[in-house]
Design a protein around this ligand. Structure first.
Ligand SMILES: [Zn+2]
Length: 354
């Protein structure tokens, strides 16, 4: 068991912030430009910088500010945006759950958990945890406004820790005191102080009325994830030899990962080796086909993906392969999709729902 080294974790956080911070303005200016804001004066005002700084930022992001005639570039949604657009409505499907409250409908919780699994398959544990924790920050702040403290410490459950224990906690799922147990208690009026019972009572010597137990998503522990360090590999890659070349070009799998990586979800498999990539080396097309074998969820599928080099997040990794079109075939007929989440959610819903 490796304990968290608080010094290394703090330095990693600082490095991440620095990398992020150094290019934040230029990336945001470029994003606004790509969204269609081509008025440099307006960009300069919004960013609080001079116009020549805006020009310099745009050029650093490979945008030529003199090419104003181009259509407003519709940028495809980033992974973060995809997860945000999906996860928040999924969380709203069921009421948040307080301590010792049973879930009203176990089948609905399973369905909700299934949707979160699809998000993880398509966009990764890191993105899902990131979006969830920022949503949680808002939720806790709202709950804090009307929260009442504990009457006695016996209301707080015994601490539990992740198994195996985490060597990091980049998204804040663990107690701020020990960094070992999951937090279950929140300080009143200070929702970033999240404690296990032991630390709140014995380490911080809080009184029971100074802490409260939040209502949380039933999926809180499904989403809990220790996180990825800034210099760690984050995406699955597809190595390709183009035309027998010995040089290997690596592509970020993106959404194709959920279809091709063999996670065993719903018995999803490819029927053959995926066909070779076609088209441009910079932006190839990937086609694949296969079947799902889980009883009640049996489909034949085809999927066609286009490569999106669009940089994602502060790591600026390519988005990867993005579904262009897919089909599901069952006894009920053929359905066509242009969205990977909807396609996988249809498989999860099963044959009778089709
Ligand atoms: Zn603790």
């Amino acid at each position: 068991m490796t304990p968290i080294d608080p010094r290394a974790a703090a330095l990693a956080d600082l490095r991440e912030w620095t990398e992020h911070q150094a290019t934040a303005r230029q990336r945001l200016i470029a994003a606004a430009w790509r969204a269609g804001v081509h008025n440099v004066a307006e960009l300069a005002r919004a960013a609080g910088v001079r116009r020549d700084t805006v020009y310099a930022d745009l050029r650093r992001e490979n945008i030529d500010p003199t090419e104003r005639s181009t259509m407003p570039t519709t940028t495809l949604p980033s992974r973060r945006a995809q997860v945000r657009d999906r996860l928040i409505p999924i969380l709203a499907e069921l009421p948040l759950r307080g301590p010792r409250e049973e879930s009203p409908d176990p089948a609905a919780v399973l369905r909700q958990a299934g949707r979160v699994t699809i998000l993880k398959l398509l966009y990764g544990l890191e993105e899902v945890a990131e979006v969830y924790t920022s949503w949680l920050d808002t939720s806790l702040a709202e709950q804090d406004a009307t929260a009442t403290g504990l009457a006695t410490w016996s209301e707080a459950g015994m601490p539990t820790a992740p198994l195996p224990r985490w060597t990091r906690d980049r998204h804040g799922f663990l107690c701020v005191g020990c960094g070992e147990n999951f937090w279950t208690l929140v300080s009143r009026g200070d929702v970033s102080s999240r404690w296990c019972k032991t630390c709140a009572r014995d380490l911080a010597e809080l009184r029971s009325e100074q802490v409260w137990i939040p209502r949380r998503s039933p999926l809180h522990h499904d989403i809990a994830f220790p996180g990825v360090l800034p210099d760690e590999r984050y995406d699955n890659l597809l190595p390709v030899n183009w035309n027998g070349s010995i040089d290997i070009t690596e592509y970020v799998m993106g959404e194709a990962d959920a279809f091709l990586a063999g996670y065993g979800w719903m018995g999803l498999a490819t029927s053959d080796e995926p066909s070779p990539l076609t088209g441009d080396l910079e932006a190839p097309t990937l086609k694949a086909a296969g079947q799902t074998t889980k009883p009640g969820h049996r489909f034949a599928w085809t999927a066609s993906f286009a490569y999106d080099r669009g940089p994602n997040g502060w790591r600026k990794t390519p988005y990867g392969f993005r579904l262009v079109t897919g089909t599901l075939t069952s006894d009920h007929g053929v359905s066509t999709f242009d969205d990977a989440f909807t396609m996988l959610d249809t498989i999860a819903a099963g044959n009778n729902a089709q």
